[in-house]
Write a protein of this length. Sequence first.
Length: 69
Amino acid sequence: MLARNVLTGLALLLFVALRAPLGPVGALTAFTPLVLFLLVAKPGTGWVLTKVYFGVMWLCVLGFAGAAG
């Protein structure tokens, strides 16, 4: 239960942080890790999918900020 609550709080903070560079629709993807936590039965698979999500978001934010080549 604690992990779920912490992940929910972090997803809300990430939503606020992504709202400016990605807009409200793009920022809604901040809840993807929480959805993976609730739906994926194997923790290892969920962790890998969450890392993929964060990698894609990092590249999107860098691209929109003009920092990526």
